[in-house]
Each structure stands twice: as C-alpha cells, then as structure tokens.
Design a protein around this ligand. Sequence first.
Ligand code: FAD
Length: 391
Amino acid sequence: TFEPLASDFYGYETLLTDEEKGALAALRSYLESEVKPVVNGHWEKATHPDGIMKGLAGTGAFSFAWDETRPFENSAVFRGFVALELARVDASIATLVGVQNGLAMGSISVTGSPEQRAEWLPRMASGEIVGAFGLTEPTSGSDSAQGLRTTATREGDEWVLNGSKRWIGNATFSDITVIWAKDAEDGQVKGFIVPTSTPGYSATKIENKQSLRIVQNADITLEGVRVPESLRLQNANSFRDTAKVLRLTRAEVAWAAVGNSVGAYEAALRYARERVQFGKPIASHQLVQDLLVKSIGNITASLGMVVRVSQMLDDGTQKDEHSALAKAYTTARMRETVAWCREALGGNGIVLDYDVARHFADAEALYSYEGTREMNTLIVGRSITGFAAFV
Ligand code: FAD
C-alpha cells in the first residue's frame, strides 16, 4: 500500500492515480529491502550491486516512459516521482536508471525509426540489453553541440566511427552504447547504436570518483568501429535532435535532485529527533529547526517546479528552457539542502553510515552532469533575452 511521503509537504503526490501510486509503492518496497541496505557498502567500494539492472527492470523503472514498453498509461509527474524515489534512496541508482531509461532508451525512442524502437526498446525495458549514452568527450563537455571530434564516415552501407568519449555512465558493462558523432561529410551530429562487442570499441572504468561512486563511468575509445546504416538513429540529423533527448532527461535530473535532497532531509530529521544535547533532542533547538525548515522549504519549492515542468511535458508545452531552468534551480537548491542536513548531524554528518555524507557528495555530480548550472542558465538566458551567450 502507498504511504504518502511526509517530505512531500504540500501533497503533490495527490496528483497521482491509484495505479501510479501502486507502482510507486512497489518500487519503494524494492528499494527499501534490496537496495538501501547495501548502498553505503557499494558506494565505499565504488561497485554496484549484482543483478541491479534486472532488479530495477522488474520494478518497471525502465519501461514507464515509452509507447512500446509502457505497462499502463501514466503521467510525466508519476515518472518524476519514480526518479525522486530512486534518488531518495541513492542518487547513483537513480543515475543508472536515468542512463538506461532516459538517455539510452530516450535516444532510440526520440530519434529512432519505428523499426529501431520496436527492435530495441522492449529488450532494454526488460533489462536484457543494457545501454549507455556517449556524447561527452575528453575535449568537449559543455560545448558538445559544436565541439565533438568523434567522426562518422559513410562507406557504402556502413559507417566508420573514430574518436573518444569520456564520463559515459554504465559503459563498463553496457551491451550497446549510443554514440554521437559528427558526419565527416555534412558536419552534423548523428547518433549510432553501437554494440559494445564491435571490433575497435573499448571502454575503461574511470577510477577515484568522489561522487556517485556506485555509477560505473568509462572512457571509451573508438578506432575504426564499423556499424551498418541500420544502426544509425534514423531521425537524428543534427544536434537539435540530440537536444530533444536532453530536454527530457534534464527534467528527470531535476526530479532526482529533489529526491537526493529528500534522502538527506529524512536522515537529518530522524537523527535530530534522536540525538540529545543540552538535555534534549537537538530537534527541539531553534537553530536546528531552522536547518530542517530551510531544507523542507527548498524541497517544497523545487517539487512545485518539477511537477509543473512534467505537466508541461504531458501538455506538449515543455521547451528546452523549461527543463533547463528546473535542472539549474533544483540542483542549486539541493546543494544548499544537503549542506544544511549534513550540518544538522555535526561530526556524524561526514560518516558514510549516517547516509547524509553520501547524499552530500553525490549532489556534486548531479549539479554538473546533463549540463552544468552555467550551461542551463545560458539556455534560459537565450530564451528570455533573445541573445545566445554561449561563445
Ligand atoms: P566543462 O565543459 O569543461 O566545464 C567546466 C566549467 O566551465 C563548468 O563550470 C562550466 O559550466 C564552465 N563553462 C564552460 N563553458 C562555459 C561558458 N560558455 N560560459 C560559462 N561557463 C562555462 N556524459 C555523457 O555523454 N554520458 C554520460 O553518461 C555521462 N555521465 C556522467 C556522469 C558523471 C558522474 C559526470 C561527472 C559526468 C557525466 N557526463 C556524461 C558528462 C557531463 O555531462 C559533463 O561533465 C558536463 O556536461 C560538463 O562538461 P565538462 O565536465 O567537460 O566540463
């Protein structure tokens, strides 16, 4: 049964249907029993739980969004609450899902042909095929709309890919990686479904990350990787098409930022009620209440924003600048919130066992991936002023 979240202070979950609430309750119970008990250990070792992709697939986490795989009609607000629930337990797990469901399946759904969608999406929804999304390069992060150096050269019925990618989530174990590359002929960015067993493709794990340690990120090298034209995403004709995918996933990251804040807030509230100083629970001291109230204020304001951005997606009115503003705003509020929550735990706030330290460290990657705050600010700035200030 579905228990409303106490940290959903204004009750946005009342927008969900009973079926959506049931799916959310099932996801929550899986996360509480299978994921929560093991995340700190995996975070410390920078590994991920065995079988996690199949387990998450079993909750429907990869399938809700797409026509080909949707188990029932659902709203973008529901899918946002899925991202919140995941990140509330662990932002790395929310990222694993975001890569599979949002970035990899999203690329195929938004820019693939009907045949490509039918071939790949159901097998990815079931967790049979794990996908990754390769856009960023060692020399091109924020400027990937212009700066990609990876090339795709057409040779008859095949494309030959050469270049390198950096930071690619899930790519140490993915079966396919969507690679974005510049067409050597027309200079436009195109997308390719690249089976990772293709000769010339290699991925190496990035070590020593101090944020989202459970996510396996990779450096990828592409040396004369040959893929048939049938694996070129048929409706990806320029970076504008890539941006259509990012518009969707940025809104999901905005929701995950709220979830990461909620995870930290719940841990801080629990701790503050139990920890006694000066003869009473620290939750009864006014300045500790201030930390908690500022946190729930940030969470509540951010939730209002992401709910509306998701409703705009369902209405067909969501534009790039809407999800960019939500991503920039909620991740900034998250950074304040996790710091206040950490503060409420005193010294224990920096120990992994109390959960807040993990939410605190993970906030940094959420803040910078899928477009930094600066890039998302410039997307909104272009929209409201009419001037593009990127270069
Ligand atoms: P840079 O672009 O070098 O930026 C450095 C700083 O300069 C930033 O503060 C930036 O805002 C600022 N800056 C740059 N240009 C301007 C400007 N014009 N005006 C003002 N400020 C500017 N990528 C993928 O393709 N697939 C993935 O799965 C993936 N997963 C990731 C997971 C993690 C944990 C991380 C950390 C990154 C991941 N990324 C992934 C890459 C991510 O999207 C990039 O890190 C991000 O876009 C920023 O690029 P960069 O790190 O190269 O920073």
